[in-house]
Design a protein around this ligand. Structure first.
Ligand code: NZQ
Ligand code: ZN
Length: 391
């Protein structure tokens, strides 16, 4: 196991009706002038924004609103939010929504207290300082409610890139599983896929002797395989949604990623798809993961075979572990299809003729050196072959 520091200071408030505590929590973490930041309207339609506003009002906290965050959030709204925060002396940002609203809030939080262009953070500069943020989560997926990360798409060039720093870990996150019951089945499934991808990206490691985190990841994957179909079958199943919501947080706050190298090539490969086609990130991952895994499997075939046996219940073929490994990847692919995710480029809305542009943006865009690195380093030719495997 590698040396590590793990700092996860977020206060999680979990369960039914917990959004009513938003005002008290903002106050507890020092907020006095609040920006509520949210998406395209689901939180308005469900009455959630009104309930959150009432909770802030009950604590005597003035609040401003900035809605309109799109899935795969754009830099344009971040600039607008930074201006608003500076003009109104906002000292706390409350994101209400999913990963997109939370990531946009994180970008605004970092950009407001920074003299330069906030995009510097999405070009490699670490975030050291930010306004405090809190979240009210409405979809179990990205794990941004507990992560030090934010992913934004820059309209100029349509680059989708990430930024990191403990300063943007939320001070608190309110997780009420009942709020996810209004999700369309496709978004629920995309969230399940993203959570599983966050687990696999950590499972694919070159670090030896990481039994505790291996076992945590396997347990969370088994939970997703159990609860995913239950919630697709019955969207009102509170208990299944509760288990998925907490698994989504644990999958990505890095408690099961410490002390080990991680992959993230699948995420980088997918981010080009959701940047270009504006597809749901999880849907892109459903097509990406099996292709990447098939391509890199032989780098450590026993790791894939181990997942096949422990997570997917396959029988180990000791003479031919590659057969077991392949069987596990196939079971993963079929699982994604069974919950309603796309199986290939066409179903995702992607086009074969765009592959050269995708590879170019992936390997060279926004200052990349011609390759991406993780479990395996992948150059242009590798990435092109992987996109072809998705056809
Ligand atoms: O905008 P509204 O109207 O709210 O609709 C949203 C949106 O259309 C809808 N939705 C959310 N909660 C709902 C709901 N509809 C009905 N009822 C509810 N309760 O769902 C759609 C997707 O929302 P979004 O916030 O985009 O989903 P998600 O949480 O999957 O976030 C995806 C973004 O997170 C990034 C992705 O790249 C993508 O941009 N990621 C962020 C990470 C991080 N910060 O740590 C890590 C992830 O790997 C990921 O890359
Ligand atoms: Zn993800």
């Amino acid at each position: 196991m590698d040396n590590f520091t793990f700092y996860s200071p977020t206060c999680f408030v979990f369960g039914k009706d917990t959004e009513s505590q938003a005002g008290a929590l903002v106050k507890r973490f020092g907020g006095s002038r609040v920006l509520i930041h949210y998406g395209g309207g689901s939180a308005v339609r469900s009455g959630l924004i009104d309930r959150v506003k009432a909770s802030l009002k009950a604590e005597g906290l003035p609040c401003y609103q900035l809605g309109g965050v799109r899935p795969n959030p754009r830099s344009g709204l971040v600039y607008e939010g930074i201006e608003l925060c500076k003009k109104e002396n906002i000292d706390f940002i409350l994101a209400v929504g999913g990963g997109s609203s939370i990531d946009s809030a994180k970008a605004i939080a970092a950009g407001t207290v920074y003299d330069g262009d906030f995009w510097d953070f999405y070009s490699g500069k670490r975030i050291e300082n930010a306004l405090p943020i809190g979240t009210v989560l409405t979809i179990a997926a990205a794990g941004s409610e507990g992560s030090p990360d934010s992913v934004i798409t820059r309209e100029d060039g349509m680059f989708k890139r990430g930024a990191s720093g403990d300063a943007i870990r939320p001070k608190f996150s309110i997780l009420n599983p009942a709020l996810t019951q209004t999700l369309p089945p496709y978004q629920t499934a995309a969230g399940i896929t993203d959570i599983m991808a966050h687990l696999y990206e950590r499972y694919l490691t070159n670090t030896r002797e990481v039994e505790v985190t291996d076992r945590l990841i396997e347990a969370l994957l088994l939970t997703m395989i159990h609860e995913g179909p239950r919630v697709i079958e019955n969207p009102d199943n509170y208990d299944a949604r509760a288990n998925i919501m907490w698994a989504g947080m644990m999958a990505h706050n890095n408690s099961c990623g410490v002390g080990r190298s991680q992959d993230w090539n699948s995420h980088n490969i997918e981010h080009e798809l959701s940047a270009l086609y504006d597809c749901a990130h999880g849907a892109g991952l459903a097509v990406t993961l099996p292709a990447v895994f098939t391509y890199v499997m032989n780098h450590d075939v026993m790791r894939f075979a181990r997942a096949a046996v422990r997570v997917w219940g396959c029988q180990m073929d000791f003479d031919h572990p590659e057969v077991t490994a392949r069987e596990g990847i196939e079971k993963l692919r079929r699982f994604f299809i069974s919950i309603g995710m796309p199986r290939n480029f066409a179903e995702l809305g992607a086009r074969e003729e765009d592959i050269p542009a995708l590879v170019q943006a992936l390997c060279y865009g926004n200052g990349r050196p011609g390759s991406i690195s993780g479990f395996v380093t992948l150059d242009e030719a590798d990435c092109e072959k992987i996109y072809h495997l998705m056809l």
